[in-house]
Design a binder for this molecule. Structure first.
Ligand code: FE2
Ligand code: FE2
Length: 152
């Protein structure tokens, strides 16, 4: 079932899908039985659709880049080990943004989307662009659904 909306989306996410480091997110669990990779794709797809449906006029490249990489922190946050992941909620957006800069040629707009997606938990990182607002809200919606309905 492919609409013409989805074709545009496929083109935008293609380079992330085949990237070795992005695929590494398939090893980590996000919520319930969902991997971090699947979570990112779901947030990207919802962000893309919200933008089209509601005519929000966000930049589609920035939007999908930011959404695909918003949780690109590359570790299993459930592994409590020495307790360093206790602050996962607060630090992972910065980790993801640093990785995104390291592995992709992202601009400041995309970096902003990633760093601000955890607002309001990170009170000082307020979304200040359409793209950042859309990803922040799509992430909350997708995360709530995963936590409530996609348990193992
Ligand atoms: Fe996150
Ligand atoms: Fe997320």
């Amino acid at each position: 079932m492919h609409s013409k909306y989805d074709e545009g989306f496929e083109k935008l996410v293609h380079r992330f899908r085949r990237h070795r480091k992005v695929r590494e997110m398939k090893q980590y669990m996000q919520h319930g039985s969902v991997t971090t990779y699947d979570h990112c794709e779901k947030v990207a797809h919802l962000s893309y659709r919200l933008n089209r449906w509601l005519h929000l006029h966000a930049d589609e490249k920035t939007l999908t880049e930011g959404a695909m990489l918003h949780d690109f922190y590359l570790y299993d946050w459930h592994a409590e080990d020495d307790g360093t992941h206790k602050w996962h909620g607060y630090i992972h957006a910065d980790r993801a943004a640093d990785n995104a800069r390291k592995f992709f040629d992202i601009g400041p707009q995309t970096e902003h989307v990633i760093r601000c997606h955890m607002w309001p938990l990170n009170l000082t990182r307020v979304p200040r662009s359409r793209e950042a607002w859309i990803v922040c809200l799509a992430d909350k919606w997708v995360s709530a659904r995963e936590t409530l309905f996609e348990r193992r």
